[in-house]
Design a protein around this ligand. Structure first.
Ligand code: ARG
Length: 498
């Protein structure tokens, strides 16, 4: 019993309207006559017009319910006419989009004022009054809370799907390179060999946790505030349960004062988006480092890396750098929402109108970053020879030699000291572990057998880390397979939602 409105692209995609000074005088549903400077400051239609689908959807659910719960106030025939009028107003806005000439200070006022005109044109002499009954038992406070929740729910879903696409691109690369040697770093210093697949899979894991946080934000969002009216509820015997079912909400809010002033769901979405953006920024930083001449581990595709206007040899990872940069603005939106909420006396305050631009920009920014990085990851090509060489560089298999001695019965700390001495000598004479002979190795400790050097190759080092979560190619392949199944299951679960 959901409400289907045709058209209406994602609200994430639409932009602000032109500046209010171009729009003439806007109406209010309250009949207020504010000074133009004040009005230009307080009116929100320029950005909240993009809630038009959510606002009309909420009003249709409300009027259908009124016809059932209070038919003496809202005759069913009038409800049908109002729904048709709302659909007409919706289609009109959808067709006009950025060229919309609003007549109300916010989207709620615009839809209501326009509905009254549309109904009056269709039912001369009584249409205006018909439209004036729509707001029965409702306030803009619970109305806007409902609209923003409907929007946030969609935004969570869209961002989740954009995450799945990036996860799939990552897992495709990770699966193909489950066994490709790659240098592993701590402190950006050569540490131990890993596989490129293992490194990439780390990001699939971060994104999996991001989806669980988005899921929590979605659940926090999916509670119906409508019916709370201004702050205290309404005197009409409305059926909030019916509205909840129509709009696909899991529950109705339990406290009207909380419901009109609660923006936790917005903060949760911004928090989930911030952590996500931190992960994307790390991925962007890794790609940027890998592609430097100094690291030289990957080649960037011209599908996303741009040239320089002066240096012909350059291919710059602009989309990755922008992701690093734009992380700051998403974190800023989270901060903004927290501060907006923290000093708000109960209940609604106009402060809350300022949740929207932060939310809209958060969703647009993270979805944009996800999409750009999906292209980037899908086109990354590893330089295998260079990656193999760097994987073993810097005595990266020294730990494997120490572990060898431990298997021969030597306490780890003792083995560590033996190998440290050995590595210090190699740093002094400029040779590597691979340059040593078995006899030379034994001069450091007689626990080193003839097979010790074989344990210190990159291939052996990788294969030896054969534990859950380890970088052994077989383990990486298993982890990637498991992640693929998890992504498929999560995608199916999110697709099945409202
Ligand atoms: N544009 C307002 C907002 O976004 C709508 C609610 C106004 N309510 C009020 N009581 N002034 O919050």
């Amino acid at each position: 019993m959901g409400i289907d409105l045709p058209g209406g692209t994602s609200a994430i995609d639409v932009a602000d309207l032109p500046d209010l000074s171009d729009l003439g005088t806007l109406g209010t549903v309250t009949g207020a006559s504010l000074h133009p400077d004040v009005f230009a400051y307080t009116a929100s239609i320029r950005f909240d017009w993009r809630l038009y689908r959510q606002d009309v959807t909420g009003s249709i659910a409300h009027v259908r319910m009124l016809a059932v719960a209070v038919p003496d106030v809202m005759p069913p025939d009038d409800a049908v006419a109002i729904e048709a009028g709302l659909r007409e107003v919706y289609a009109e806005i959808d067709a006009a989009r950025q060229r919309l000439v609003p007549i109300g200070e916010d989207i709620h006022s615009h839809v209501e004022l326009r509905l009254r005109e549309v109904l009056e044109a269709r039912f001369p002499g009584r249409g205006e009054d018909m439209g004036r009954r729509l707001h029965t038992g409702r306030s803009r406070n619970d109305q806007v809370a409902t609209d923003v929740r409907l929007w946030s729910r969609e935004a969570c879903t869209e961002v989740a799907h954009a995450i799945f696409a990036l996860q799939e691109a990552i897992l495709e690369r990770a699966g193909a390179h489950a066994g490709s040697p790659f240098p592993g770093y701590t402190h950006v210093q050569s540490a131990q060999p890993v596989t490129w697949g293992h490194h990439l899979h780390a990001y699939a894991e971060m994104l999996r946790r991001d989806v669980t946080r988005l899921d929590a934000a979605w659940r926090a969002t999916n509670v119906l505030p409508l019916g709370s009216a201004a702050l205290a509820g309404t005197t009409f015997p409305i059926r909030r349960d019916l509205v909840a079912v129509t709009l696909g909400f899991d529950d109705v809010s339990a406290n009207s004062m909380d419901a009109v002033s609660d923006r936790d769901f917005a903060i949760e979405l911004a928090a989930a988006a911030s952590i996500l953006m931190a992960h994307l920024s790390r991925l962007a930083e890794d790609i940027t480092l890998w592609a430097t001449t100094e690291f030289g581990l990957v080649r960037l595709s011209s599908t996303w890396a741009e040239g320089s206007s002066i240096m012909p040899q350059k291919r710059n990872p602009d989309a990755a750098e922008l992701t690093r940069g734009k992380a700051g603005r998403v974190f800023g939106h989270l901060q903004h929402l927290l501060v907006m909420q923290k000093g708000l006396p109960m209940t609604y305050g106009r402060d809350l109108q300022d949740d929207k631009e932060a939310l809209f920009d958060t969703a647009r920014t993270v979805r944009g970053a996800l999409r750009a990085l999906t292209v980037a990851v899908g086109s990354l090509e590893i330089d295998r020879d260079r990656a193999l060489a760097r994987a073993g560089a810097g005595h990266a298999t020294a730990t494997d030699l120490a572990d060898y001695l431990v298997r021969a019965g030597i306490p780890f700390r003792t083995a560590y000291e033996v190998v440290k001495r050995l590595v210090t000598d190699r740093l002094a004479d400029g040779r590597t572990i691979a340059d040593m002979t078995a006899a030379e190795l034994r001069s450091y400790h007689d626990g080193f057998g003839d097979d010790a050097l074989a344990a210190a190759t990159v291939t052996a080092s990788l294969a030896a880390r054969d534990i859950p979560g380890g970088t052994a190619p077989s383990r990486v392949a298993m982890a990637v397979e498991r992640s693929r199944r998890e992504v498929a299951a999560a995608r199916a679960a999110w697709t099945a939602r409202a």
